[in-house]
Design a binder for this molecule. Structure first.
Ligand SMILES: [Zn+2]
Length: 173
């Protein structure tokens, strides 16, 4: 069993790859999955209580962008687009960074990271100082009020993602 800390500062146990374990419902997060369909899962970042900071991951274990089929990759970008539209519409944030890293032995995932005003106060270079942002979030946002807001955001996404259509077909899972 391996362990990690989730966004509510609780220990979560899982076997092997955390991305695969989450996709297969081997562990659950307090904020839950915001959305899932045949190919992808979407949830608030597991470790960092930043409002609207979402992780979109394929259910199959891949490590590189080119391991997707064309259709899966298109679906992923359409989902990223939809998530940002929802977060912007409900005024969680106006601008976002989309981050994905290809790492050895690491389940591919996309970070959808809001560029909150509090981040701009900490640094002019959010990507370059992402560790500073993460440390600030861990030190300042592990409180009930913030978790409540994160749950609200997850509920909004859960509701609004159901309206999504990909390539003209309904992908509700
Ligand atoms: Zn995996």
């Amino acid at each position: 069993m391996e362990k990690m800390i989730n966004c509510f500062n609780e220990e979560v146990e899982f076997d092997g790859c955390p991305g695969c374990a989450f996709a297969n419902h081997h562990f659950e997060l307090p904020c839950g999955m915001a959305y899932e369909n045949e190919n992808f899962t979407l949830a608030q970042d597991w470790e960092l209580p930043i409002q609207g900071f979402m992780v979109l991951a394929p259910k199959k274990h891949i490590e590189k962008l080119n391991e997707f089929t064309d259709s899966e990759r298109n679906e992923m970008f359409e989902m990223v687009n939809k998530i940002i539209i929802i977060l912007r519409e409900v005024k969680i944030c106006d601008k976002f960074n989309i981050i994905f890293e290809e790492k050895e032995n690491r389940h591919f995932h996309v970070w959808i990271m809001p560029r909150h005003d509090w981040m701009k106060k900490l640094t002019d270079d959010i990507i370059g100082n992402i560790d500073v942002i993460f440390e600030y979030a861990k030190s300042n946002f592990r409180n009930e009020e913030n978790y409540k807001k994160i749950n609200e955001i997850t509920s909004i996404i859960k509701k609004d993602m159901k309206k999504i259509t990909i390539n003209g077909r309904d992908i509700n899972g």
